[in-house]
Ligand binder design. Structure first.
Ligand code: BG6
Length: 484
């Protein structure tokens, strides 16, 4: 299978925070990969910007190093890199002052798609938006891209939305949740709404429960200052896991269009019930395997912030009443593995005499790594000895099924940046969605603070605190293995 690359129209992309970590690891190498694959037109321009004084050549050298280190494909293609670097220029700008804005006004072209990527802390969003407006850089056709965290609670998210709304329409604001750009996450929608097989069974009548796991082996990776104020709930659950939950649980949208999809996701978030304290487990990793423990990593020996969270959520609507959703995410776990597992109910009337509860169909969607789908079905064990049943996987790895085109799928950021240029907001969060997600999260966090809740500890390389296993055992269920 050959992947089809449809070129986008020409654009000017300004990256505020152009010399920061996200630009170095993801945005610049991602843009190069899209250029290398033929998607970015010759006359597109990329303008890096930050407070740092540097000239175009220094920014190009920075970008070249970033590509060589982080671009998977094309990183050795020196001629192509040189061609790409010609699109780059740099303007030093003081986001909180007036320096540099006039230069930027000259650098961007009127009449082409203009996108401003706010790869900076949320405290600068308002200041940048205001100056773009003041310097006539914010016309009706331009777009802004904002990174998470989008606020740290409902009030701050509302405030941010209101600030941005003074200068931009909602249709111009692209709030990134990079999980939505992951190939398998988009495949979730294809699996549900492109097959006749699953949708009739996709409800509490047939689904026993759903598990969503996003497990990481990394620790807080030098981001202790930020992370200790966030924790797994704000850093992962409120956004990435919530988005996965929405896609798995939403009603079929009438079409694959930005508002139709986001309306349905919003309904899921609003239907989430309160989570009882005994349905939540928080954890902190201990030192092990030569790594620090959480508290050393964040340099706060009294920290009560969680690096692991597991919870049982309920969606209070007709489709899902009575079907629990178990969600967990954590750092320094056994393996890097993200999976969504739809565990179907047992058959109602077993005729083969097998033990009750033994056989179930499970549809597992492996988000990363080793992206693919796995459907467990029950068959007869081969050979004599009567009707003995066994569960076997119908396993499909995207790489095996689709060949090289699956291996070189665009990274989430690449895909999302191209969607910004195309003006497609389907895979971005709308303001009301973000607010609804905080409205669900806030009381949970407030409850911990009020009770002075202390996270349980767990070993590095484990599956999280023991209590997380008990959360499911109490319901006579168990977590799926965390395996790559
Ligand atoms: C980020 C979080 O949004 O997602 C990080 O801030 C986390 O803490 C990362 O490590 C995980 O992303 P991915 O794409 O590696 O699963």
């Amino acid at each position: 299978m050959v992947s089809r690359v449809i070129p986008v129209e020409t654009f000017d992309l300004v990256i505020f925070g152009g010399t920061g970590d996200l630009a170095r690891r993801k945005i610049l190498p991602g843009l190069y990969r899209r250029f290398w694959s033929g998607q970015i037109p010759e006359d597109a321009r990329i303008i890096g910007s930050s407070r740092k004084e540097m000239d175009d050549e220094a920014f190009r050298a920075f970008t070249r190093a970033a590509i060589e280190e982080f671009a998977v494909d094309g990183a050795g293609d020196k001629a192509k890199i040189a061609e790409f670097l010609k699109k780059l220029s740099y303007v030093a700008i003081d986001a909180l002052g007036e320096n540099g804005w006039d230069k930027l006004s000259v650098a961007v072209r009127p009449g082409v798609v203009r996108a401003y990527y706010f790869s900076v802390g949320p405290s600068l969003f308002g200041a940048i938006a205001e100056r773009l407006h003041k310097h006539n850089l914010a016309d009706d056709d331009c777009r802004i891209v904002v990174e998470k965290p989008f606020g740290h609670d409902l009030d701050s998210a509302r405030e941010l939305n209101a600030t941005l709304a003074q200068f931009f329409k909602e249709t111009q604001i692209y709030r990134i949740d990079h999980y939505l750009g992951k190939e398998t996450v988009q495949n979730l929608m294809a699996i549900r709404f492109g097959n006749v097989l699953f949708e009739p069974l996709w409800n509490s009548q047939y689904v026993d429960h759903i598990q969503i796991t996003v497990a990481e082996t990394v620790g807080v990776e030098g981001r202790g200052g930020y992370y200790d104020k966030s924790g797994a709930m704000r850093d992962m659950m409120q956004n990435h896991l919530m988005q996965l939950l929405c896609l798995i649980a939403m009603e079929p949208p009438s079409k694959f269009d930005h508002d139709a999809v986001r309306d349905e996701k919003l309904k899921v978030i609003r239907a989430l019930g309160d989570v009882a304290p005994h349905h939540i487990v928080r954890g902190q990793y201990l030192a092990g395997d030569g790594n620090n423990g959480y508290r050393e990593d964040v340099e706060n020996e009294r920290s009560h912030t969680e690096s692991f969270i597991a919870l049982k959520a309920q969606i209070e609507n007709w489709r899902w009443a009575g079907t629990p959703f178990y969600l967990r995410t954590g750092k320094r776990l056994k393996a890097r593995a993200s999976e969504i597992a739809v565990v179907f109910k047992e058959i109602q009337h077993p005729i083969f005499g097998q033990e009750e509860g033994h056989h179930r169909n499970i549809l597992s969607i492996r988000v990363q790594p080793n992206e693919g789908i796995d459907l467990t079905v029950t068959i007869k064990e081969p050979g004599p000895g009567g009707m003995r049943l066994v569960d076997v996987p119908l396993d499909m790895s995207f790489a095996d099924a689709l060949g090289p085109s699956a291996e070189s799928v665009p990274d989430a950021y690449e895909r999302l940046i191209m969607d910004v240029i195309r003006g497609n907001q389907t895979l971005f969060m709308r303001g009301d969605e973000v607010e609804a997600a905080w409205a669900w999260t806030d009381p949970i966090i407030d409850g911990w603070q009020a009770r002075n809740d202390v996270p349980k500890t767990y070993d590095t390389g484990s599956t999280g605190p023991v209590d997380s296993e008990m959360l499911l055992q109490r319901d006579k269920r168990s977590w799926r293995e965390i395996e790559p």
